[in-house]
Ligand binder design. Sequence first.
Ligand code: HEM
Length: 411
Amino acid sequence: MTATGNAIGPSEALGTLFTPAGKRNPYPLYEALRELGPVVRLGPKLVFVQGHDACAAALREPGLLVTDASVHRKTGMIEHSSWQCFTKIMMFSNGTDHDRLRNFSRWAYHPQSITGLRPMIEDKAKELAERLVTCDSATVDLVEGFSSRLTLAVTGELYGIPVADQLALRSTITDTTTAFEPIFDLAELADGDAGMDVLVGYMTDLVASRRREPRDDLATRMVHEADAAGTVTNDELVAGLVMFLIAGVQSPSDLIAGAIRMALRKPAQFQATDAEAFVTEVLRFDAPSQVLTRVAERDLTLDGVPVKAGARVMLLLAAANRDPSRYDEPDVFRPHRTPNRPLSFGLGMHYCLGAQLSRVQAEIGLTTLTRHFPHMSLEDEPHYRDQLVQRGLARLTVRLRPRDTRHQAML
Ligand code: HEM
């Protein structure tokens, strides 16, 4: 046992974090790591940041860059389809390239535009909940049957992607997110690469089709902007659309499924809280994006710890969200915390463009489903995907109605 009562020491915790067991439940490992301080230097080339204030400062530190094409060229990853595409998007660009790409599409996710999407999102959520009402089986997987369908339906509506295509692309989208995990062998990129080839092909065709036949959707508006302004190349446009598809579907689906699970685990808290505060606490308690990576552009210090130029800096957002110096009893799920401002959407110049849309989808998804199924209950232990950076439930099996209702109905 360690000083904090952890059965595991900090070095063992670091070694375990990216193993399947660590990915399943990283929280005791974050707690063990906390003994090492808010910023941990593991030699000259690797630094972990886990304290809340240190993480927030690191996100705003201009000397810490995202891993762009120059970094992925050195590792050889840029030869792979997944990173060929990701290095063309704002999330993995720095400086003027980042600003150019962000300015090109930021209008699409402006909070005012998102407010106008509420009725559409409510309709989609209601449609999916009603589909479950007519479902015969006693238990359903809500990742398959609700959370991913909702975010696919919303993104599909925005970009004009037909329902059949949405469902056909669903597992491909999840596959591409495996490229965000720490890669120890380039062969581990195989699934992400295969998925990326499909998505790039799909979006290339979509762009060509919108050029031929414009429609009233975001894809058409982005094609029009790209052609009129000439500030992004066709490859960057396609990569941007791929990113909006992946980001629009995967993390929000993970958030919705996680929120439903917490509502079922903590029904009294769910009933006593408004959906916005509840979703915020889900974001703090179990962030869909747990880790971000930065590279130091120059020698700098983080919370007094020297960081050498070229060092990789891992920002453990999910550990920062449970920093006891920021949150009382951080391992307790408590939706009434004030202030409650988790770092789950990042901070600073790369702050998530889809934060507002994700929150709105999660709030609507959660309230719509629980209204349709007030007696829903968890049927299974949580089953997470084997991913840490992009954490989320692989399945969420629930019983939609009380055990005896259907039986009584048959009598
Ligand atoms: C629960 C859902 C989501 C979570 C937890 C999440 C998380 C994040 C985080 C942590 C970042 C910061 C990355 C960094 O600093 O390196 C980020 C950036 C970004 N997110 Fe999200 N995201 C979510 C949903 C979305 C959605 C729905 C979209 C759009 C469809 C989106 C688009 C973006 C974009 C474009 C960036 C990059 C911004 C930039 O580099 O300037 N995200 N997201």
